[in-house]
Ligand binder design. Structure first.
Ligand code: MG
Length: 390
């Protein structure tokens, strides 16, 4: 049992939408295929993943630095003790050989993406969906039956009118979603508040609406938005400022009475620990949004859960960034709060595939072995060609 090839390709997101700071015209992501010598149904068993969204591809790092380490390793060094399945933690150990301390942001995405692909393999070897494997290993066998989901939408788009935004949100509600998130910070404050008021009428109250500033505010603007948003009682205010600005988060947490969100740009457990030590984040209120493929993978995410718990944040505070099958499995298997959903804004990466249905704010779970990209047709055609399997 060994990895025989690791292939990657960069795929364009094909989107003109923008957040408070930049548009996605040139955004792409890396898709990886980890090919093994295990044969199932006449074809080599392959693990797949991609590096979430909004961070560009990490193909060169995978191709030049981390895939060669996995391919050069003693095959037994990548397996569990029994030698009967791959071991993602050991794969990470191999990838981190001869790597300096610190420097996490440089490598957390390529390593995390490969780690997710190896989890896909692990679950496929077991013949079970990934969330059930994660539940058994990390959550006492307890998996969610359905997963609370919310839509990461409400982007700014060229020529967009308030009516366009309302139409978009009505579409999400009609599709079975109950909570949505919209971008803020891409317009002057008064116009953003107008957008939010329109959405509040549609979704039926502040607890069904979160807002995301994508780190776009300086100190002055962060306080202006905090003051204007406070009376609206929104579900959370995500990334108002630089994710590493602990001091400003602390100041905001002292004046803003509702939940703040942060974490999607953390490189892993060490950054989460520092943030929780110094930011004034409030247990039971604020939400943590670390994204596994962007932060060394699921093993690191499990360490993040332990760190969060030590600081008073239980699974109900954990909302992994990234509306895709990878985060859906993580939320279901580890019993976390909710999963993001991107229904149609990220090209072939949009949605959860044909096995998952959404009703009354909850998503069903895929039952295919592994992550289940095989049942997400447009994405699968890219992955299948990459791996050379049919
Ligand atoms: Mg965000």
């Amino acid at each position: 049992m060994r990895i025989v090839a690791i292939r990657e390709c960069a795929v364009a997101i094909n989107s003109t939408q923008r957040n408070s700071r930049f548009d996605f015209r040139s955004m792409d992501t890396s898709v990886v295929a980890v090919v093994t010598d295990v044969v199932r149904d006449g074809a080599p068993l392959c693990g797949f993943a991609f590096n979430s969204f909004g961070r560009y591809n990490c193909s060169a790092m995978i191709r030049d630095r981390f895939a060669p380490k996995l391919l050069a390793a003693d095959p037994a060094a990548l397996l569990d003790d029994a030698g009967t399945n791959f071991d993602p933690a050991r794969a990470v150990e191999v990838m981190l050989q001869r790597e300096r301390s610190g420097g996490h942001a440089e490598r957390c995405i390529p390593v995390g993406t490969l780690e997710l692909a190896i989890w896909d393999l692990v679950a496929k070897v077991e013949g079970r969906p990934l969330y059930r494997v994660l539940a058994d290993r990390f959550n006492g066998g307890q998996a969610r039956d359905v997963v609370p989901v919310y839509v990461g939408g409400g982007w700014y788009a060229p020529g967009q009118t308030p009516a366009d935004l309302a139409r978009e949100m009505k579409g999400y509600l009609a599709a079975g979603y109950r909570m949505v998130k919209t971008k803020i910070g891409g317009l002057p404050l008064a116009q953003d508040i107008e957008r939010i008021q329109t959405l509040l009428e549609l979704v039926g109250g502040g607890q069904a609406l979160a807002v995301d500033a994508n780190c776009g505010f300086d100190r002055e603007r962060a306080f202006a938005y905090a003051e204007a948003l406070a009376p609206l009682g929104l579900r959370w205010l995500e990334e108002p400022c630089d994710p590493m600005d602990y001091a400003l988060y602390r100041e905001l947490s002292e004046v803003y009475p509702h939940a703040l969100g942060n974490g999607e740009n953390f490189s892993g457990n060490r950054e989460l620990e520092n943030f929780l030590l110094y930011s004034g984040f409030r247990p039971g209120l604020d939400v943590i949004q670390v994204d596994p493929p962007l932060a060394y993978g699921i093993g690191e995410y499990v360490a993040c859960l332990a760190t969060a718990r030590r600081h008073g944040f239980g699974p109900e505070s954990m909302y992994p960034h990234g509306g895709n099958l990878m985060s859906l499995h993580v939320v279901a298997g580890l019993g976390l709060a909710a999963c993001e959903a991107y229904t149609g804004v990220f090209g072939i990466f949009s949605g959860f595939g044909e096995e998952v249905t959404v009703a009354d704010g909850h998503a069903t779970l895929p039952e295919s072995p592994g992550i289940g990209f095989e049942r997400q047709p447009a994405l699968w055609s890219v992955m299948r060609d990459l791996a050379g399997v049919h």
